[in-house]
Design a protein around this ligand. Structure first.
Ligand SMILES: [Fe+2]
Length: 433
C-alpha cells in the first residue's frame, strides 16, 4: 500500500480525512477515537477497513485470572522496615509476556512487574486500566500495535498507552522486561525550568510508529482485555490491525536508554531527582546511566531516608556503586519508605580514601513509589536472605566502629578545616606558560 505522510501540525500516517469526523472518506472507512480525559485530553483517530465493534457476541467470556495470569494480581502486604534484594525471575514454565507477568510492588496508582516471556502471544492484548512502560533488560522483537509496528531491543523503553491493542512478536533468545503500570495517567517527560527541554532527553528521541502493516484478513482474532484483575476475551472475524491511517498525539512509542544524556556536576552531587526521565502520578522513573564521576564533590549517594517513597532499583548492567561489589544484573532492590540506607562500606571506604573511579559504568532504572506501597508474595519469594548484611562492615570495620577518641578527633578536624574553601584556581603546574 502506498504510504501518504505529510506534516500538518498533528502526527498522522496513511489515509486520513482532512479532519476528524469530517469529509466524504468517512462514508468508506470506519473512524475510531482513542480518547483520554473523557475525550477532552489526548486523542488519536484510527481509520479501519471494518467496524471495530464487529465482535462475535456469543464468544465473549471472562477468563479465570488464576489461569490466565496467576502472578499478576496476587495478594499484597505492607513491606515493613527491611531492605530487600530480589533475585532474577526464573519462570517454571514458558509463558508469554502477559501470562507470565509477575507483580512486585504497587501503590494506589502505579505497579511494578517483571516478565520473562518465552512463548508467543496467540492473542492481542488491551490494558483498559493502565498505561504501560516497559524497560527491555534482555531481548527484543516487534511491538505490533493498532498504529503500526515498533521494533525494539535491549535497553529500550516501550510506552503502550492505555487501551491500545497490541501484541509482542519476540525475537529468538532470552527476554526479560520490567513493566510499570500507571493506573492514573500517562508518563510525562520530566524537565526542569532551569535545565530546559533537552536534559535529560529530548522528545525527538521518541520513536513513534511511522509505517502501517495493514491486515485485510478474515479469521478468528482473540483480544484479551484487562480491567483491574478481570480478564475478558472477545473474538473478531477480521484482523484488528486493519488500519489504513491514523492521526493524533495519543500514541505508543519507543525510547532508547542510550538517549538519556545525564546531568552531571563536578562540584556537587546530583540527587536522584536530577536523573528523572518520566513522572507518573504517585511515581517517578529515573535512569542512572554511564556518566562522569563528580570530581571534587561527594560522588557517592549520601546516607538518606526517603520519607515519602519506596525506592525500587532495577539493575541493567555495570558495577553499581551501591552494590558493594555484588553482581546485580537483572536484580531489583527495594528500599522501603523512611528506612536509612546509603553506600555499602567498601564503596564508602574507597571514597574516604580518595579513589575516584572517573566514570560511573552502570545502568539502572529507578522507580520510586509514593507511600503506601505494598509488596507481593511473589516478590518476597525472590528476596535473597541476608541483604541487610550488606552494610555489616559498619559494625565490624575498625574504621567505622566506636572509638573513645572519636569526638575529640572530629572536633580537631573541624577546627582545622573550618575555613577550607573549594580550590578554583589551577594549580601552578597547570598554569599556562
Ligand atoms: Fe536510596
Amino acid at each position: 500500500m502506498d504510504k501518504f505522510e505529510y506534516f500538518s501540525g498533528t502526527p498522522e500516517v496513511g489515509i486520513v480525512p482532512r479532519a476528524p469526523h469530517a469529509g466524504p472518506l468517512l462514508r468508506h472507512v470506519y473512524e475510531q477515537e482513542h480518547g483520554r480525559g473523557g475525550f477532552a485530553g489526548k486523542v488519536s483517530h484510527t481509520y479501519h477497513l471494518y467496524p471495530p465493534a464487529n465482535w462475535l457476541a456469543t464468544e465473549a467470556r471472562v477468563l479465570e485470572p488464576a489461569t490466565f495470569a496467576p502472578r499478576w494480581d496476587g495478594a499484597m502486604r505492607p513491606i515493613g522496615g527491611t531492605h530487600h534484594v530480589l533475585d532474577v525471575l526464573r519462570p517454571e514454565a514458558a509463558a508469554d509476556v502477559y501470562r507470565g507477568m509477575t507483580r512486585l510492588v504497587a501503590n494506589a496508582s502505579v505497579a511494578m512487574n517483571v516478565t520473562a516471556p518465552a512463548a508467543p502471544m496467540e492473542y492481542f492484548f488491551e490494558h483498559h486500566s493502565a498505561s504501560l512502560v516497559y524497560f527491555v533488560h534482555q531481548g527484543g522483537g516487534t511491538l505490533e500495535t493498532t498504529f503500526g509496528p515498533i521494533e525494539f531491543g535491549r535497553g529500550d523503553f516501550l510506552i503502550v498507552p492505555k487501551g491500545i491493542t497490541h501484541r509482542f512478536e519476540l525475537a529468538t533468545g532470552p527476554q526479560y522486561y520490567w513493566v510499570y503500570e500507571s493506573f492514573a495517567g500517562d508518563p510525562e517527560k520530566a524537565e526542569a525550568p532551569t535545565t530546559g527541554q533537552f536534559i535529560t532527553h529530548s522528545r525527538s528521541d521518541y520513536r513513534f510508529p511511522r509505517s502501517l502493516d495493514t491486515r485485510n484478513e478474515a479469521g478468528r482474532f482473540e483480544i484479551v482485555s484487562k480491567v483491574d484483575g478481570v480478564y475478558t476475551r472477545r473474538v473478531h472475524p477480521t484482523h484488528p490491525f486493519d488500519v489504513v491511517g491514523w492521526r493524533g498525539d495519543y500514541l505508543p512509542y519507543r525510547f532508547a536508554v542510550e538517549d538519556v544524556r545525564p546531568l552531571v556536576a563536578d562540584r556537587s552531587h546530583v540527587p536522584p531527582s536530577g536523573h528523572t526521565i518520566f513522572k507518573l502520578p504517585g511515581c517517578y522513573l529515573c535512569v542512572f546511566t554511564v556518566r562522569s564521576v563528580e570530581k571534587d564533590a561527594m560522588w557517592l549517594p549520601f546516607f538518606h531516608r526517603n520519607l515519602d517513597y519506596l525506592e525500587t532499583l532495577a539493575y541493567h548492567f555495570g558495577d553499581f556503586f551501591s552494590a558493594g561489589g555484588m553482581k546485580m544484573d537483572g536484580m531489583v532492590t527495594l528500599h522501603p519508605v523512611g528506612l536509612p540506607h546509603g553506600p555499602k562500606p567498601p564503596a564508602l571506604q574507597r571514597f574516604m580514601d580518595g579513589h575516584n573511579p572517573g566514570v560511573h559504568r552502570e545502568l539502572a532504572v529507578m522507580a520510586d513509589f509514593a507511600n503506601p506501597t505494598h509488596v507481593s508474595q511473589a516478590a518476597l519469594g525472590l528476596s535473597r536472605p541476608g541483604y541487610m548484611q550488606a552494610w555489616a562492615g559498619y559494625t565490624t570495620d575498625p574504621r567505622f566502629v566506636h572509638r573513645p577518641d572519636r569526638l575529640a578527633e572530629v572536633r580537631a578536624l573541624a577546627e582545622r578545616l573550618a575555613d577550607a574553601r573549594d580550590e578554583l584556581r589551577p594549580r601552578e603546574d597547570e598554569s599556562p606558560a
